[in-house]
Design a protein around this ligand. Structure first.
Ligand SMILES: [Zn+2]
Ligand SMILES: [Zn+2]
Length: 347
């Protein structure tokens, strides 16, 4: 099979490697689609700890496929089932894992991050992932392309659960990339009243309004005044930063009204996270600020259920598809950030 493997900073190569062998408690998944994520681009640019010429890593953590083989002790899964694969698994015995938050486990592992992932013909799913429920069987209503996007959407789901988005909230999302658009889709599905989108790129904002009906662009320079004038004089109930911008985090406090909630979803570049916030706004407006990282298997399954029930149309976020042999072109395209999600297919 072919695989796109990382050998170090700036060194990713597509080449032939053998189809993984599986044990009696494991599953072999034939990949149908794996989407490129900002994390992949960062790993390619900077390299990753533990990855070098002697220890290459197959990238790709947003994965769907068809079960090619299930080990003889595996229950509940069989050859031919269409499936999506949640990437994060935990040790299984720490307090986080026992609470279901395997993504917060101190010794968490993930496909495409510290074990071989989905930019390949096949991926081996170890016993820990099988018994932690990382394999989500799909019904026929969902495409395998959409299923590859369950992962980023599950991170968005986790974030909105932290920020407790609810019916009739007015929500501002700063950042109109794929993650910002996923936030808009989910906020709408959760019954948000008004959804505002802000980005330094007007075409990206416009794209969001086209993909998520009813979202409103916030264009003028002064964010606070612009939000008020578009929202009947009110600030928003929830502000989500879906971009690596310190200024956006500081602005989020200014545009969020009484008892509001803020979600810092996008991380900042290393050493640029010393952000000055007007903390009196937190105090006098009774604001709460939330962070979120990754997602657990429950988040992943809730997203899958929403997609299969028709509440989230993820497929429209797929901008382009490339075969694995053109992985370098796919990465170059994804880096330009013109489109939304780029999908790699093995064939
Ligand atoms: Zn991702
Ligand atoms: Zn654990």
């Amino acid at each position: 099979m072919q695989a796109a493997r990382l050998y170090g900073a700036g060194d990713v190569r597509t080449g032939e490697c053998s189809i993984p062998e599986i044990g009696d408690d494991e599953i072999l998944l034939k990949i149908s689609a794996a989407a490129i994520c900002g994390t992949d681009l960062r790993m390619i640019a900077n390299g990753y700890r533990g990855v070098d010429a002697d220890h290459p890593l197959t990238l790709g953590h947003e994965i769907s496929g068809v079960i090619a083989k299930a080990g003889k002790n595996v229950r509940g899964y069989a050859e031919g089932m269409r499936a999506a694969l949640a990437p994060n698994m935990g040790c299984g015995i720490c307090d986080h894992c026992v609470s279901g938050d395997t993504h917060l486990c101190e010794s968490y592992t993930a496909f495409g991050i510290n074990m071989d992932g989905g930019f390949a013909g096949y991926v081996r799913i170890p016993a820990a992932a099988v018994i932690q429920g990382n394999v989500m069987v799909l019904d026929d209503s969902v495409s395998l392309d959409a299923a590859a996007l369950f992962e980023p959407m599950s991170c968005v789901f986790n974030g909105q659960e932290q920020a407790r988005i609810r019916l009739n909230d007015d929500v501002l999302i700063i950042g109109a990339g794929p993650i910002g658009i996923m936030h808009a889709l989910l906020a709408k599905a959760k019954g948000a009243r008004r959804i505002f989108i802000r980005d330094i790129s007007a075409p990206r904002m416009r794209q969001c309004t086209e993909l998520v009906e009813g979202t409103v662009m916030v264009e003028s320079e002064d964010l606070e005044e612009a939000v008020k004038s578009l929202n009947g004089g009110r600030l928003v109930d929830v502000c989500i930063t879906a971009c690596p911008s310190a200024a956006a985090q500081a602005d989020a406090l200014k545009v969020t009204g009484m008892n509001g909630r803020i979600l810092f979803f996008g991380g900042l570049p290393a050493e640029k996270d010393g952000v000055v916030l007007t903390t009196n706004l937190i105090h006098y407006r009774q604001l709460s600020i939330h962070g979120s990282t990754r997602a657990n298997v429950r988040h992943y399954r809730e997203v899958a259920t929403m997609v299969m029930a028709g509440h989230l149309e993820l497929e429209k976020l797929v901008s382009r598809k490339y075969p694995l042999k053109d992985f370098a072109d796919a990465v170059a395209y994804a880096k330009k950030a013109e489109g939304l999600k780029t999908i790699i297919t093995p064939g």
